[in-house]
Design a protein around this ligand. Structure first.
Ligand SMILES: C[S@@+](CC[C@H](N)C(=O)[O-])C[C@H]1O[C@@H](n2cnc3c(N)ncnc32)[C@H](O)[C@@H]1O
Length: 232
């Protein structure tokens, strides 16, 4: 068994009795330490901002949270028109506090059910939000992302990936075990990491009809966080 698998096994064992938390409940409860905790991704946030096209005018952020990627994106594009969607009202309140002077529309909603519209955005981004969902849920969302992008638009995703099929399966198995134990229905979103392998993630995006779907890469010393780009 590889090192990542053994580390996951050990972490699952150590946390096996912890109750699952709902997605919004998890982030609402950690709002005060959230940005400090996420500071480790600074280089990834900058990278995402750098990858956006110079001509960018309209952007949708799926799971924008407190807007850490937007800190970098808005520094590069201060006049950008942004729609940010997140389940956590407290995360959105923090984002509003930081960037209230910018052209932001913030929506407290579930991006799977919220109407993203048609050919509205030059770019869609998602940073560390989608690694809690199944391939079936993601395929549904990527079709909506494709639809809401203008022709030639770009989707950028920076997120955890499972480094093996065994890791993907183990995490989903454990998520189901904890759901059954805690009596949580499948349709309730919980904060438990279930990343897909890179191959599975790319396959889900390809099914939505993008012309190009590619791994942009990884940053040095981090083989767990992939930057993915898709072009309409
Ligand atoms: C780890 S945080 C990342 C936030 C931000 N992108 C960042 O990098 O700082 C994940 C965010 O995704 C949001 N989220 C998860 N599932 C969601 C859903 N189905 N609809 C909307 N937001 C969701 C959570 O509420 C949370 O704020």
């Amino acid at each position: 068994m590889d090192k990542d698998y053994l580390e996951l096994k050990q972490w699952l064992e150590e946390t096996k009795d912890e109750p699952l938390e709902t997605m919004a409940g998890f982030f609402d409860a950690r709002i005060d330490s959230y940005e400090e905790h996420m500071a480790r991704w600074k280089a990834h946030y900058q990278w995402m901002a750098d990858l956006l096209p110079t001509s960018l005018e309209t952007l949708l952020d799926l799971g924008c949270g407190t807007g850490l990627e937007l800190d970098y994106i808005l520094a590069r594009f201060p006049h950008l028109v942004v729609v940010g969607i997140d389940l956590s009202e407290r995360m959105l309140a923090q984002l509003r506090k930081k960037h209230g002077d910018k052209k932001l529309s913030l929506v407290c909603a579930d991006y799977f059910t919220y109407d993203l519209g048609q050919e509205r955005f030059d770019a869609v981004v998602s940073f560390q939000s989608l690694h809690h969902y199944t391939a079936a849920k993601k395929e549904e969302l990527f079709r909506k992302v494709h639809r809401c992008l203008k022709p030639g638009g770009v989707y950028l995703e920076c997120d955890y990936i499972a480094t093996s099929q065994a890791i993907e399966e183990l995490a989903f198995f454990e998520a189901q075990r904890r759901r059954r134990r805690d009596g949580i229905k499948d349709e309730v979103f919980v904060h438990f990491d279930t990343p897909l392998t890179l191959e599975h993630e790319l396959a889900c995006i390809r099914k939505a009809g993008f012309t190009v779907v590619e791994l942009v890469g990884f940053l040095p010393k981090d083989q767990h966080t992939a930057m993915i780009r898709a072009m309409k």
